[in-house]
Design a protein around this ligand. Structure first.
Ligand code: ZN
Ligand code: ZN
Length: 282
């Protein structure tokens, strides 16, 4: 099971590879660009090649790109929707240029328009993306969310429906499961039994073969609180038993796991990585 962390791209994309390698990661996740800005600056061929070379040297797999938070693939506002789809395609383009394996995106919010509306819009957005030739070299993964406000994508069966719909026009997307988001959205994870239950639910609603990445995060928010606040592994409301069950579940044995835990001190990433590794085989 490849384990890694979300690393910073400050100073250049390739720097993130150096940071991941230094931490002893096998997998890594980055933002392809500033995640809080609409301004898009294309990356140069030199930058892309440098990233590929460094990544190969470090032997990292997979490389995951997390798309911009601003992207809303089901916005009722035509303007925002258009900007979102356009930027999303560019982000998938960055991922494909640097040889990333996956692009993770949140699904956005349909405001008060409801799930049916969101589903239709997202499928249109994905169709548009696929028809531009994107999403073949880097696979698009939909991330489950905590369900705050009108946010869409906290329900695994909705994600399953989108993945099924996308396959009809030839886009083979997958799931990125965030443990913090799942827990506060109403999927229990604190015990071996509840983890087994969630694995069964994923298999039923989505299909385990479509689960490509797990975001391993403990949660500051309690069960069903819809709060999206990540905590260090074992220090949150999921707790260490839950993570022990996740990293040792036989059906999750080959799923890459990426930490998006808080980074307040230099020691936070190494410590969380160490804790996860020590849980393996316990
Ligand atoms: Zn995310
Ligand atoms: Zn996440």
């Amino acid at each position: 099971m490849p384990i890694g962390v979300h690393t910073s791209i400050a100073g250049g994309l390739y720097k993130s590879v150096e940071r991941a390698a230094e931490l002893g990661c096998e997998a890594m996740q980055i933002f392809g660009r500033n995640p809080r800005s609409w301004i898009y600056k294309p990356i140069s061929a030199i930058e892309a090649d440098l990233f590929r070379k460094k990544r190969q040297e470090a032997g990292l797999w997979p490389v995951v790109i997390h798309a911009t938070y601003l992207i809303n693939l089901c916005s009722p506002d035509e303007d925002i929707l258009e900007k979102s789809v356009s930027l999303f395609k560019k982000e998938v383009g960055i991922a494909e240029a640097i040889g990333a394996d996956y692009v993770v995106t949140h699904l956005g919010s349909p405001q008060e328009m409801g799930s049916e509306f969101a589903l239709m819009r997202i499928l249109e957005a994905l169709k548009n993306t696929a028809s531009g030739g994107f999403g073949k070299k880097a696979q698009i993964l939909l991330e489950n969310t905590s369900g705050a406000g009108y946010g869409f994508g906290s329900n695994l069966s909705d994600i399953g429906d989108i993945l099924d719909g996308a396959e009809e026009f030839g886009l083979y997307a997958g799931l990125c499961l965030d443990t913090c988001h799942a827990f506060t959205a109403g999927y229990r994870l604190e015990t071996k039994e509840s983890v087994s239950e969630l694995v069964k639910t994923i298999d039923r609603e989505i299909g385990l073969k479509r689960l490509k990445v797990i975001h391993l995060n403990d949660s500051k928010g309690v069960f069903e609180s819809n709060i999206d606040r990540h905590e260090h592994i074992g220090e949150g409301k999921i707790g260490i038993e839950g993570f022990k069950a996740i990293v040792n579940h036989p059906k999750l044995a080959s799923v890459p796991m990426i930490l998006e835990t808080p980074k307040k001190t230099e020691d936070d990433d190494p410590r969380n990585l160490r804790i996860v590794r020590e849980l393996k085989g316990k």
